[in-house]
Design a protein around this ligand. Structure first.
Ligand SMILES: Cc1cc2nc3c(=O)[nH]c(=O)nc-3n(C[C@H](O)[C@H](O)[C@H](O)COP(=O)(O)OP(=O)(O)OC[C@H]3O[C@@H](n4cnc5c(N)ncnc54)[C@H](O)[C@@H]3O)c2cc1C
Length: 381
């Protein structure tokens, strides 16, 4: 067993880390206050190859492993969690399209994603359907040469920037088998978007997308009609481990800030780190995040080896965001009033990282997956 990254993976971490330190971290606070990414940032990220991570080289991408994608997202999340979302979407949607598209579709869809000309959103959640995603209400009715989408998606990250959406709609009867996936442009008649006002990740542009009789060409059906949920969604198997790593990176960055502070700040004549009640909680949180990181990378490693990543990915998704929220909270307390201030990074990190306890499924949704593996479907909740 080898716990070290390869030389190539270390270089990837270094390159993305340097980009994030120079181009992302210095703008975290102003982006949060403004509620949008720094103008020009998405183009710079595209030029850095951050939207091509999981796109196959034949279509202009880097064809990185799931582990490589995790490495890049960790580096970005440590600088500013919000900038991870378009990168995560490009990686997940790029990989899902690559696995389900025809030659013609891949040639049309993938190069624009890899080059950052297409910014993709993932449209699954609806006002009345979140965890219960197999029961979505949005309809797609057949028309000559395509389908007409009617319904609303909400809580969709990067709504404010997206040019395209991988959207799930009902084309058949009730349940998972009646759902079809479509890859559709958003600058078309009948699409309306609205920003949401959030606790954190404020630059991420989360919003509602209303589809009011939107025509989608039949060439833009992803996979077969009726297989959107049972086949296409399967491609998202590693998303939970990637999100876990994003959370861990936020937690670890906050802990590093707290550890530095504990060595600097003096009280009662000595650095506060010399007090066990300051040092030991930091040790405990570093331990938790370290262990959660191993589970997350195990999931990605399994996926890269062609094995089922679901159990460690779902373990990581319920555990890591919770451990990260607690780690950032402890870091804030260690920093005292400086931590509470929005002048420093930790307060924003806390607001931002809570969102990862919801995004792509709550702890309950992920524990259900693990419970069904452990207990069997009949004996699980
Ligand atoms: C930052 C952020 C980014 C997001 N990005 C996207 C995106 O890009 N695209 C997208 O489609 N969605 C996105 N979402 C939505 C996210 O996937 C949902 O919020 C999530 O799946 C939970 O659904 P819900 O909010 O409707 O909660 P609900 O499903 O209404 O759940 C409410 C509560 O009930 C619990 N619950 C529900 N069912 C069960 C059960 N069977 N057993 C036990 N407890 C249960 C849940 O755990 C939760 O605590 C995002 C959300 C956030 C916060």
């Amino acid at each position: 067993m080898d716990f070290d990254f390869t030389e190539e993976q270390q270089q990837l971490a270094k390159a993305v880390g340097e980009f994030a330190a120079a181009k992302v971290a210095p703008h975290r606070h102003e982006s949060d206050v403004r509620g949008s990414y720094r103008p020009g940032l998405l183009r710079e990220m595209a030029d850095e190859g951050l939207f091509s991570l999981r796109v196959p080289p034949a279509y202009g991408g880097r064809g990185l492993s799931a582990v490589g994608c995790g490495i890049a997202l960790e580096e970005l999340a440590a600088a500013d969690l919000t900038v991870c979302f378009p990168v995560l979407n490009a990686a997940l949607v790029g990989a899902v399209l690559a696995a389900n598209g025809t030659e013609d579709q891949l040639a049309r869809w993938l190069p624009p994603i890899a080059h950052g000309e297409a910014v993709v959103a993932l449209g699954l959640t609806e006002p009345d359907r979140g965890t219960d995603a197999a029961n979505i209400d949005m309809r797609a009715e057949p028309r000559a040469g395509g389908w007409v989408l009617t319904g609303e998606k909400t809580s969709i990250m990067v709504t404010a920037y997206a040019t395209h959406c991988l959207v799930f709609a009902r084309t058949g009867g009730p349940g998972a088998r009646g759902i079809t996936a479509f890859y559709t442009p958003l600058d078309v008649e009948g699409v309306r978007r609205e920003r949401l006002s959030d606790l954190g990740c404020r630059a991420g542009g989360r919003g509602r997308i209303v589809f009011d009789g939107v025509f989608v060409d039949e060439r833009d059906v992803v996979g077969e009609p009726g297989l959107g949920f049972v086949e296409v969604m399967r491609g998202f198997g590693v998303s939970r481990a990637l999100i876990a790593l994003m959370a861990i990176a936020v937690g670890r960055a906050a802990l590093d800030e707290a550890i530095a502070h504990a060595g600097r700040r003096e009280a009662f004549g000595s650095p506060i780190g010399t007090f066990q009640s300051v040092a030991f909680p930091l040790v405990e949180h570093v331990t938790m995040l370290h262990a959660a990181r191993l589970v997350s990378y195990e999931a990605l490693h399994r996926a890269d080896a062609g094995r089922d990543p679901r159990v460690p990915a779902n373990m990581a998704k319920w555990w890591a965001p919770k451990a990260a929220v607690e780690a950032v909270h402890q870091s804030l307390l260690t920093l005292g009033h400086l931590g509470w201030s929005e002048e420093g990074p930790v307060a924003q990190r806390l607001r931002d990282v809570i969102g990862l306890q919801l995004a792509d499924g709550t702890a309950a949704a992920t524990k259900l997956v693990v419970a069904r593996q452990l207990l069997g479907r009949e004996a699980a909740p």
